[in-house]
Design a protein around this ligand. Structure first.
Ligand SMILES: Cc1ncc(COP(=O)(O)O)c(C=O)c1O
Length: 429
């Protein structure tokens, strides 16, 4: 069947034809590609067309598709049993592996999705501090828990408004939404509400508004204010964890800000290696507020699933090999340089940034620092570019507010082919 036929068929039985909205290509228009299989850096659609994959399942596939060590671990685990609903040694191994990679982290709990991990971390922060308010930033996505589906109110004294039908305003009235990288707003929010703020949740490098870094002075002040007011700083590293570097974005800020440490962490994507697995973690004293030890309830039938943990462990063991991230970062840099050079060669204003195996680019003159600036970049040109690249066999994220991902399987040939496609696409679009 063709992609069009599959999309028609899917729309009859699945709302919008997809099981997660961005897959529907609504932002860029056109028919989503139905993927039949994947190998290394490539995807093949239902019509047999091959694409260089820069989505990597939205981040998890850091080794590329079908890495032999991962396949072997998953196959063996599946033969030993798909799910037990009882503890396993592999859960301990994965927790130990994660702790060994994130200095200062003392305990983690495994769950099945980033949404679940972020939602649970919020409940834990509120339970541990006994405070009601949470702070998030416009343009950061932390999954679709009700309290997080919220946009800024009309001023700092007002709380957020739901961004989804089905979320009563009462549910978001404890969520403050601030502008990313805006120190003044942060200071004002803490001045007004500091004693009631349980936590501030942040994507340290925001990958859900393409690729926007939290500036160092902003992060430094955020840490100071959280400490001063007794609020927990929650790093949502679902996207950046084990992706921008072995220690995630946290290691980058800890390197540049003396004494810097987040309080709680949220992980997903790479730690599952492509299987449904996520985690949240923090200091023992905070984590022990969770059931069965403490009063904060959290549970899951498939949490710590034996096949998912095997997949995650095999993935983490590959990425911790010496030189892995240096090579991945160099390749990603080459890709970004190629895209930017294509922009210069064709006279198209194009800027971008990257870290480890994650990158972003904007049709703009300067790198945006917050959501409003991201949304002001040239959307029409992005959409034309997206389709022109897709026609040339390069599969980028189908929306300008999404980051891109490079895997260890992307070789020089794929990167060069992408840069060549970009020159053609920009000249044509
Ligand atoms: C930073 C961040 N947090 C949380 C989530 C939610 O994760 P999931 O889609 O696994 O529920 C995502 C998903 O893209 C994310 O990028």
């Amino acid at each position: 069947m063709t992609n069009d036929q599959l999309f028609d068929r899917a729309r009859r039985v699945i709302p919008g034809g997809v099981n997660s909205p961005v897959r529907a290509f609504r932002a860029v228009g056109g028919t989503p590609r139905f993927i039949a299989r994947a190998e290394g850096p490539y995807l093949w659609d239902a019509e047999g067309r091959r694409y260089i994959d820069y989505i990597g399942s939205w981040g998890p596939m850091i080794l590329g598709h079908g890495h032999p060590a991962v396949l072997e671990a998953v196959t063996k685990a599946a033969r030993d049993g798909l799910s037990f609903g009882a503890p396993t040694e592999r859960e301990i191994e994965l927790a130990e592996e994660i702790l060994s990679l994130v200095p200062g982290l003392e305990q983690v709990r495994l769950v099945s999705s980033g949404t679940e991990a972020a939602m649970s971390a919020l409940r834990l922060a509120r339970g541990a501090t006994g405070r009601p308010l949470i702070v998030k930033f416009e343009g950061c996505y932390h999954g679709h828990a009700d309290a997080l589906l919220v946009k800024a109110g009309s001023g700092l004294a007002t709380f957020g408004h739901p961004t989804s039908a089905g979320v009563p305003p009462e549910v978001t009235q404890h969520t403050l939404v601030l502008e990313y990288n805006h120190v003044g707003q942060l200071e004002e929010a803490f001045a007004q509400h500091g004693a009631r703020i349980a936590c501030v949740m942040i994507e340290p490098i925001a990958g859900n508004m393409n690729f926007v870094r939290a500036a160092l002075p902003f992060m430094r002040r955020l840490r100071e204010l959280c400490t001063q007011h007794g609020a927990l700083l929650v790093f949502d590293e679902v996207m950046t964890g084990f992706r921008v570097g072995l220690g995630g974005a946290h290691a980058l800020y800890a390197r540049d800000i003396p004494g810097f440490a987040a309080d709680l962490f949220v992980f997903g994507k790479v730690i599952g290696g492509g299987m449904p697995l996520a985690a949240f973690g923090g200091p023992r004293a905070v984590m022990e507020h969770l059931a069965p030890l403490g009063g904060v309830y959290q549970a899951g039938t498939l949490s710590g699933n034996p096949v998912a943990t095997a997949c995650g462990l095999a993935t983490l063991r590959e990425i911790r090999r010496p030189g892995f991230f240096d090579a991945l970062a160099a390749r990603t840099r080459t890709l970004l340089d190629g895209l930017l050079a294509a922009g210069r060669a064709t006279g198209v204003p194009l800027v971008g940034d990257c870290e480890g195996g994650m990158f972003g680019f904007f049709f703009a003159d300067a790198l945006p620092q917050q959501y409003g600036a991201v949304m002001a970049t040239d959307k029409e040109r992005f959409n034309r570019f997206f389709h022109a690249m897709l026609d040339r066999g390069v599969y980028l994220a189908p929306a300008l507010y999404e980051a891109g991902f490079v895997s260890a399987a992307h070789g020089e040939a794929e990167i060069a082919a992408t840069a060549a496609a970009a020159r053609e696409a920009l000249a044509a679009a």
